[in-house]
Design a protein around this ligand. Structure first.
Ligand code: ADP
Length: 655
């Protein structure tokens, strides 16, 4: 239903209601007053007529009565008139025959009377308190009814006219109102269709015009908002595309598929921030990748080194085993689970007999732990390998244990010592030959003396016995010299026993003295009276001393010193342990070579004479004994000092 129709119907309904109320009130008021007046007039007329006929009734003057009735009937609206005696006898009557024929029934009000269109009314003829009869009469209501009907028709006509006018005005008003509304509707539809630039033609200054203005403002605001939204959407789309590019870069970086150039790093917005963050991310990833490759290379290098390496973490569990370790210790590792500890490894090795025959496993483990605290130690690995193990604590990682197979090295070292000893023996050969020559000469002389005496038959038993005893003594002396050489020539066995330092020093001095004597070099010995012991292998220790004496001899010879002196001195139980000092009056050691003396193959001697191994082997031997050796120059020549820890003989011998 259109707004216009609604307006018309609404107004018409209001008008209809108002009219109905007005007509109702009008009719009620009109009908009420007319009917009341008529009813009162009927009653008054009846009473007046009763007075008028009272005398005639009392006198029973019927002629006068009829005349009075006839006169009264001349009144226009009286329908009938009847006079009854007190007994109900009709004394006189006139009027409408039909109405008179009907039995009399008094109408209590106007409405009852309208049924037969007249008011039936009666009244007593009373004179001085006595009733002389009854007046029955009827007054017509038709006139009043017609007037009321006429008034109703007039009211209805006015109502119809009013409604028509209202309808016409309503239509006009509706048309005016709906035209503006139509414009608004058109505008709203245009806006809803997306035409935000649509402008509603505003007319007038009423509420609809104001609404249209609001509509136009709203459309403008929406249009501006839409433009902003469009701009923002375009910007967002552009950013989305840039972000997508950066995400592609990030994906490439995180997948390590190259080092892409990151776009938009110079932008001054979130994309720029993101791009710059991506560059940082890319560079970090590059570094991580480099570190990873580096780590891989390190691990693979570690894995390939010949030395056995195992790393135990801070929790003591194995983190990394290199190839050499895995291969060498396969039997032990077979019985261990991942993440084993160093102690578990050692215990399993002991149980399998991999570290030789161990009678007291706990004591062995304790000794191992103690030795590990002191630094490198050698483990004899079954069947015949020697491993030099080193344990290193690394901050933040744990413990690195490396083991080097030094079996061949030790073998070579022994061979070198042996070769060096043989060389020393060779050097000493002249002196030894001279030394042997003496007893041999005495023996030869004594023997030929005996033979001569026997040949001349002058042999005296007592003299012969003395000669033979002399021969025996000299043979023993020669045997002692040969014994010394044999002992010296023995191969080292790698033992570790207490060495009686005084005995060894005396031994070496005796061995060297003969040779030095032939060269006019004096060997001075200054030894304390008490005994002192150091742990090590006696043969190797004596080799060190002989080596130092040989070097001193060479230095004296080289310097062409006529009165060569070599001093061998021992001081036991000093602050640094037992100190053995060997000094000479040779040329001394050139300052610039002092640092290199103990390096293997360093020699200043002419080719064929020096090997450059003597001091380096000596250095190793003394170090193995837990001591150290140093070289300095004195005013007259060179001085070598050996420092050795005390062997604590009782403990050592007891064990
Ligand atoms: P080699 O004796 O075969 O040369 P060494 O290792 O025993 O090898 O000695 C290395 C070098 O030390 C010698 O060549 C020499 O130059 C120097 N040297 C050793 N002892 C002395 C010494 N007492 N006086 C001077 N120089 C010495």
């Amino acid at each position: 239903m259109s707004f216009r129709l609604k307006t018309i119907l609404g107004i018409a309904l209001i008008e209809l209601t108002v009219m109905a109320i007005l007509i109702g009130i009008n009719q009620f008021a009109l009908g009420g007053s007319a009917s009341t007046q008529l009813y009162e007039r009927a009653e008054a007329t009846a009473r007046v007529f009763a007075n008028a006929v009272s005398d005639a009734v009392i006198a029973t003057d019927l002629a006068t009565l009829d005349a009075t009735v006839a006169t009264a009937m001349e009144t226009e609206d009286i329908t009938y008139l009847r006079v009854r005696s007190p007994s109900g006898f009709v004394l006189s009557e006139a009027g409408d025959a039909d109405a008179l024929a009907m039995p009399f029934v008094r109408d209590p009000d106007f409405e009852t009377a309208t049924n037969d269109h007249h008011i039936d009314i009666d009244t007593q003829i009373v004179v001085q308190g006595t009733s002389y009869g009854t007046i029955e009469m009827a007054i017509s209501t038709l006139k009043v009814e017609n007037e009321i009907a006429h008034a109703l028709r007039l009211n209805l006509l006015v109502a119809v006219l009013g409604m028509s006018l209202v309808a016409i005005f309503g239509y006009g008003l509706g048309t005016v109102l709906t035209r503006q509304l139509h414009l608004l509707q058109k505008g709203a539809r245009a806006i809803s269709d997306g035409d935000l630039d649509h402008h509603i033609d505003v007319r007038g200054r009423d509420e609809l015009a104001e609404t249209a203005v609001c509509f136009n403002d709203m459309a403008q605001t929406l249009s501006r908002g839409q433009k902003i939204l469009k701009d923002q959407r375009n910007r967002l789309l552009e950013k989305k595309a840039r972000v997508s590019d950066i995400v592609t870069c990030m994906t490439e970086i995180s997948e390590n598929s190259g080092t892409p150039e990151v776009p938009d790093t110079d932008r001054d917005d979130e994309i720029g921030d993101m791009a710059r963050a991506t560059v940082v991310f890319r560079d970090a990833m590059q570094k991580v990748e480099q570190a990873r490759l580096e780590q891989q290379r390190l691990i693979s290098a570690f894995d390939q080194v010949a030395e056995q390496v195992v790393i135990f973490g801070l929790d003591g569990k194995a983190l990394f085993l290199n190839g050499a370790f895995r291969e060498f210790n396969q039997p032990i590792l077979q019985n261990l689970t991942c993440g084993f500890t160093h102690e578990e490894f050692l215990r399993e090795g002991c149980d399998q007999g991999q570290f030789g025959v161990i009678e007291d496993k706990e004591a062995w483990l304790e000794a191992y732990a103690e030795a590990a605290r002191d630094g490198a130690q050698e483990i004899h690995h079954a069947p015949d390998r020697i491993l030099l193990t080193v344990e290193t604590d690394v901050d933040g990682i744990g413990k690195v244990v490396s083991a080097k197979d030094v079996t061949d090295l030790r073998q070579s070292e022994r061979q070198l010592v042996q070769a060096s000893k043989m060389a020393t023996l060779g050097e000493m050969a002249t002196g030894i030959a001279h030394e042997l020559n003496q007893p041999l000469g005495v023996i030869r002389m004594a023997a030929s003396n005996c033979v001569k005496r026997i040949d001349r038959d002058k042999a005296d038993f007592g003299q012969l016995k003395a000669k033979f005893e002399r021969i025996g003594e000299q043979t023993e002396r020669a045997a002692r010299i040969i014994d010394q050489m044999r002992v010296f020539g023995r191969k080292a066995e790698g033992s570790n026993d207490p060495i009686d330092l005084t005995a060894s020093l005396t031994n070496v001095a005796q061995l060297a003295r003969t040779q030095l004597h032939t060269l006019d070099i004096t060997l001075k010995i200054d030894l304390p009276d008490e005994q002192a012991f150091a742990m090590g292998e006696k043969i190797l220790f004596e080799q060190v001393l002989l080596n130092l004496i040989s070097n001193a001899r060479d230095a004296i010879e080289e310097a062409g010193i006529e009165q060569g002196i070599i001093s061998l001195k021992a001081d036991y139980n000093q602050k640094d342990g037992h100190v053995i000092t060997l000094s000479d009056n040779g040329s001394g050691i050139p300052e610039h070579v002092l640092d290199k003396l103990f390096e293997p193959f360093f020699t200043t001697k002419e080719p064929g004479k020096g090997t450059g191994l003597g001091l380096s082997i000596s250095f190793g031997t003394i170090q193995d004994m837990g001591g150290c050796i140093s070289a300095t120059n004195t005013e007259t020549g060179a001085q070598f000092q050996i420092f050795l820890p005390d062997a604590e003989v009782e403990t050592a011998l007891a064990s």
